[in-house]
Design a protein around this ligand. Structure first.
Ligand SMILES: [Zn+2]
Length: 377
């Protein structure tokens, strides 16, 4: 544990994790900055703030990971093996076992709602953004940051830490605070933590000036960018294949269909569609070369919030090619030919994610909506 302030009995709990990837120390440094500030004076927090260092072994050698990505191991079955000591073959399994023990203790001690902020940075340049695990309470969390929100990224990645916490009923958000070694990424991390403390209800009045400064910093960062983007394409890097991103790309930069963006084993790789580049890979380790996104209008976000509140999902089965899975409430089988892309977008808007897919079908599953004070938020 990197630090801890306040008591769980006094209110909500906020867990902040930095450095889940070892070449992303800004998250850890930003957390340190907050703990230093909180130690300076005797201003009590109305709840508990817990700060954790992610992949300590990898941070020491400034590598994304030692054996495998610590942000892909949080799968239910795998964790059971880790907890029973049957899967401790890698450095990251040991890290996960330690973190899991702390997480479960903090969650068990929490009295109110638990909020989780997971801070990352990117290998390529570009503005900071939020990565949303799309439930309505999480949306409020994300919107408070005033950064562009990336939707649908969590659907492309399995076993992330926010997946784990969402399943446990916490409110979660990931923030990509800028480029790995940019000193401003540390400031943006600290700003995101102040805002997360405010959203969580952990902000005593005496830090009002810090909060205001944090809000201005992130508002400036998000200015002129779409409020949200949806991931339309992920470029996977097969195991053993070497991918080289062409120089000069950054997140939220516009690219056109067919435009060369990198190379793989001597072959040129083009963008499969026109859209906005996200997270071009400029480091050795990583399973995705880049993502292509398209902007989502703010109005669309508001509409989908309203639709979810109205319980419009009762009518999903009426869509062509969509069938509810027998004995699995909240799960739908979608015929891709009949329903096409539109159906998937409608499911996304209503808070569903793809659980499984084949050439002909998709299985869409409802994301768990965290409970707040005994009722659905
Ligand atoms: Zn990361």
């Amino acid at each position: 544990m990197l630090g801890e302030v306040g008591r769980a009995a006094d209110g909500p709990t906020l867990i902040v994790i930095g450095g889940l990837h070892g070449n992303e120390p800004a998250g850890v440094e930003g957390l340190q900055q907050i703990f230093d500030r909180l130690r300076d004076d005797a201003c009590n927090l109305p709840g508990r703030l817990v700060g954790l260092t992610g992949n300590r072994a990898a941070l020491e050698v400034r590598q994304r990971f030692i054996d495998k990505d610590l942000n892909r191991v949080w799968l239910r079955e795998h964790l059971q093996l880790v907890r029973s000591g049957m899967a401790l073959d890698t450095a990251e399994d040991h890290e996960a076992a330690e973190l899991d023990t702390v997480f479960r203790r903090v969650l068990a001690e929490a009295q109110g709602i638990t909020f989780v902020l997971d801070v990352h940075t990117t290998s390529g340049p570009g503005p900071a953004f939020s990565v949303l695990h799309d439930t309505l309470p999480n949306r409020r969390f994300a919107r408070a940051m005033s950064l562009p929100i990336a939707l649908g990224l969590e659907e492309e990645l399995n076993g992330t830490l926010t997946d784990y916490f969402t399943e446990l009923g916490a409110l979660t958000l990931s923030v990509e605070a800028g480029q790995h070694d940019d000193p401003h990424s540390v400031d943006r991390t600290a700003a995101a933590i102040w805002i997360a403390m405010d959203v969580a209800g952990l902000m005593p009045e005496c830090y009002e000036a810090d909060l205001e400064a944090a809000r201005s910093l992130l508002e400036l960062e998000g200015r002129g960018l779409p409020e949200a983007v949806e991931v339309r394409y992920r470029h996977p890097i097969p195991f053993g294949v070497h991918f080289d991103m062409d120089p000069g790309f950054e997140s939220f930069q516009r690219v056109t269909a067919g435009e060369p963006v990198g190379s793989e084993e001597g072959r040129s790789v083009g963008s499969p569609m026109t859209g906005l580049m996200l997270m071009p890979l400029y480091q050795e380790q990583g399973e995705e070369g880049f993502f292509i996104t398209s902007p989502v209008r703010s109005l669309w976000l508001d509409v989908s919030t309203a639709l979810r509140r109205l319980g419009i999902e009762r009518w999903l089965s009426a869509l062509p090619g969509v069938r509810q899975m027998p004995q699995e409430p909240g799960t739908y089988l979608v015929n891709r030919r009949a329903a096409r892309f539109v159906a998937r977008q409608i499911f996304h808007l209503l808070g569903y994610r793809r659980r499984d897919y084949s050439a002909t079908h998709l299985v869409m599953e409802k994301r768990p909506e965290p409970e707040i004070n005994g009722h659905r938020a």
